[in-house]
Design a protein around this ligand. Structure first.
Ligand SMILES: *Cc1c(COP(=O)(O)O)cnc(C)c1O
Length: 235
């Protein structure tokens, strides 16, 4: 089978799983959008899906690499919502603000203040999500839920930023019920802290767990390898 067909089949499959999961969701009727994580994808594969009009939200985790890709005219002519989902170093913040529509990995007041300053300077309205940490492991970025909720309040009034919700990366857990419980806790906080408005996003779920995440109320699952690597390793 040709590469283009595998890619569109992969995307069809992911969208179908999301659609089924959203019918079972704890909060049905809430629109779910797919974020295609393009960080490891080859340019030609991203262009295949862009030119088919199949990508709306994309996620990248390296500022410089994303900047080179998405400012290239071949990519820049497509209108997509660009999310930064990696750990953001302050010395890359100016460039990140220039390129991205959303920074989904805000986990400190000082980072938010830096983003606010650059955003005001550029006359932008930068959308941000606060990253919640779902495990005690030190290797994970993000803030424990209670602190993440505090940060939302602290940054709500910063100029140039709109805080729109939460992002979290699930730990590897053996028990699927435990995973549901972790997602559910974030969902409850999201419901309370972002009760309405059209710019509200709850970004839970990756290739390994996006069906469960959407069932538990994620509105912006982030899927990379199930789109750009599945069935393509040996091509
Ligand atoms: C890489 C990445 C993803 C996508 O992971 P897959 O397992 O390839 O779907 C999602 N979210 C974040 C924050 C990532 O860094």
């Amino acid at each position: 089978m040709c590469r283009e067909k595998i890619l569109t089949d992969n995307l069809d499959r992911v969208e179908k799983i999301i659609s089924l999961a959203s019918q079972k969701a704890a909060f049905p009727g809430e629109a779910v959008s797919l974020m295609a994580v393009t960080k490891y994808a080859q340019d030609k594969d991203v262009l295949t899906l862009l030119s088919a009009g199949r990508l709306r939200h994309i996620g990248e985790s390296r500022v410089q690499q994303a900047y080179l890709r998405w400012t290239n005219p071949v990519f820049a002519k497509y209108s997509v919502v660009k999310h930064f989902i990696g750990h953001l170093q302050k010395n890359k913040a100016a460039k990140a603000v220039e390129l991205f529509d959303f920074i989904d990995s805000v986990d400190s007041l000082s980072l938010a203040e830096t983003l606010s300053r650059f955003s005001v300077k550029k006359g932008k309205n930068l959308r941000v999500l606060v990253q919640v940490k779902l495990t005690d492991k030190d290797t994970q970025s993000g803030l424990p839920l209670a602190q993440a909720r505090e940060l939302v309040k602290q940054i709500a009034s910063l100029p140039g930023l709109t805080v729109c919700g939460y992002m979290a990366i699930a730990p590897q857990v053996q028990d699927p019920q435990e995973l549901r419980g972790l997602f559910r806790a974030v969902r409850h906080a999201f419901e309370e802290d972002f009760p309405c408005g059209k710019e509200r996003w709850l970004s839970l779920g990756m290739s390994a767990d996006f069906a469960v995440a959407v069932e538990e109320g994620s509105t912006l699952p982030r899927v990379g390898s199930d789109i750009f690597a599945r069935n393509l390793e040996d091509l």
